[in-house]
Write a protein that binds this ligand. Structure first.
Ligand code: GAR
Length: 214
């Protein structure tokens, strides 16, 4: 039996997509941890019978102390994989090293474009024609690390932030379960240049262009 811990901070739609895809994953025990006691996703996780925990960042004066408490809560589940799913705290280097190689994040842009927050506003401001989302292994630098899978969507003339975010989110919910499945099946590895290989090859299906206007 595999074990994953999903870290959330808010509504948890990516967590929900992962949970809904569980039947296509190898048998996996799922636990959910939030840094916010009021995260909407926690209630969903409880209703689905998953173990949940809260490590409230506001209880810790120093970031390292929060990171250590979070790491301890994660280690209690001895996970094969830790999945950041809308987890909105920056994690320190020691934390990232501790889970190195088994820590995935989803970011709502085609990295390395638009790290940080407000990615959809940034994309609209820059006038890019393609935007999207990225699943990557986490390294100590913010929103960087070996890319596992990306999905691109068109940016349309009448887009505002909400419309663009919704179009990207549809793709997030497809690529994150895919990446987690690959990981749990043992199909992901890194080449000498730090690029992710899928079953030993550069993944050809990594760019999923969604139909225009979807
Ligand atoms: C998602 O769009 C995710 O990509 C983004 O937060 C949202 C969380 O939604 N994550 C980041 O911006 C991390 N840098 P969700 O709680 O419904 O999954």
């Amino acid at each position: 039996m595999k074990s994953i811990v999903i870290l959330i901070s808010g509504r948890g739609s990516n967590m929900t997509a992962l949970v809904d895809a569980a039947s296509s994953l190898p048998p996996t025990r799922i636990a959910v941890i939030s840094n916010r006691p009021d995260a909407a996703g926690l209630e969903f996780a409880r209703q689905r019978g998953f173990e949940t925990a809260v490590v409230d960042h506001r209880q810790y004066a120093a970031r390292n102390d929060f990171d250590a408490a979070l790491a301890e809560a994660i280690d209690a589940h001895q996970p094969d994989l830790v999945v950041l799913a809308g987890f909105m705290r920056i994690l320190g280097e020691a934390f990232v090293q501790r889970f190195s190689g088994r820590l995935l994040n989803i970011h709502p842009s085609l990295l390395p474009a638009f790290p940080g927050t407000h990615t959809h506003a940034q994309a609209l401001k820059c006038g890019v024609r393609l935007h999207g989302c990225t699943v990557h292994f986490v390294t100590p630098s913010l929103d960087s690390g070996p890319i596992v899978i990306q999905a691109a969507v068109p940016v349309l003339a009448n887009d505002d932030e909400a419309r663009l975010a919704a179009r990207v989110l549809v793709q997030e919910h497809l690529i994150y379960p895919q990446a987690v499945r690959w990981f749990l099946e043992g199909r992901l590895s890194l080449d000498d240049n730090g690029r992710v290989l899928l079953a030993g090859e550069l993944p050809t299906e990594a760019a999923l262009l969604s139909p225009r206007g979807s």
